[in-house]
Design a protein around this ligand. Structure first.
Ligand code: SAM
Length: 221
């Protein structure tokens, strides 16, 4: 079985089980922001079924075409591939989403928006989530994060959790682990003969809720 078949199977099994317990609302609206090749997009679609809507957003046209083709081939009409903005702002209205996923996006290089895109993304999550909505963050490369001044700064899960809570989110104490899919799509590893799913790194999924009542989280505290 190729790693891509393994990833498909993961989405229908382990990936589905990872996300399904996070929400219990009819027809949820979901954002997989910076979706890449959609490993999580399809897991989310399997977790919430044909009545959900999963917006897969990325700036990479090739990734969006791949997801579109895969959704059409699988007759998964709940998946919509949407072009993202370079400035990490979203085109969606306030209070649109029941669930937002940010997977493997928060580490920063200076050339990516001064390394500060994470803070824009947290503001946008606070804006576009419904009250009571879920923000799921799967961080990798924690040693390669940047602080608010754009300076490289080693993070821990605790430090990142505190930072996200500073944006007005409540941390939910859920034990869940996701997969770092990046290497599966890397030409370097493909040329070396590829990898299997078992060889990919696992990381903690940090889960937060936007409170039901308004709260003044600014991220500056
Ligand atoms: C490391 S990949 C993560 C892919 C996926 N989330 C996963 O975990 O497998 C980062 C993705 O973010 C996308 N990206 C970079 N800048 C973006 C932006 N401004 N808006 C949306 N996506 C962006 C890249 O094109 C890439 O697909």
């Amino acid at each position: 079985m190729s790693i891509f078949d393994e990833i498909d199977l993961w989405g229908k099994t382990e990936g589905k089980r990872l996300f399904a317990p996070l929400l219990n609302v009819p027809g949820p609206v979901i954002l997989d922001y910076g979706c890449g090749m959609g490993s999580y997009t399809f897991a989310l679609a399997h977790a919430f079924g044909p009545d959900c809507t999963v917006y897969a957003v990325d700036t990479n046209r090739r990734a969006l075409d791949y997801i579109k083709g895969k959704a059409e081939a699988g007759n998964m009409r709940c998946v919509s591939a949407v072009a993202g903005r370079e400035d990490f702002r979203q085109e969606f209205d306030d209070g649109t989403f029941d669930l937002i996923l940010y997977s493997d996006l928060f580490h920063g290089e200076e050339k990516i928006y001064g390394g500060l895109h994470r803070f824009v993304m947290l503001e946008e999550a606070q804006r576009t989530l419904k009250r009571g909505g879920i923000l799921a963050v799967l961080p990798f490369h924690l040693s390669n994060f940047r602080d608010k001044a754009g300076k490289k700064c080693r993070y821990t899960y605790r430090k990142l959790t505190d930072e996200i809570c500073g944006y007005g989110f409540e941390h939910m104490n859920i034990e869940a682990w996701g997969v770092h899919f990046e290497k599966a799509y890397s030409p370097y590893y493909q040329q070396k003969g590829g990898l299997s799913l078992d060889e990919l790194e696992r990381g903690r999924l940090l889960v937060f809720r936007k409170p039901q009542a308004a709260r003044g989280g600014t991220g500056r505290g």
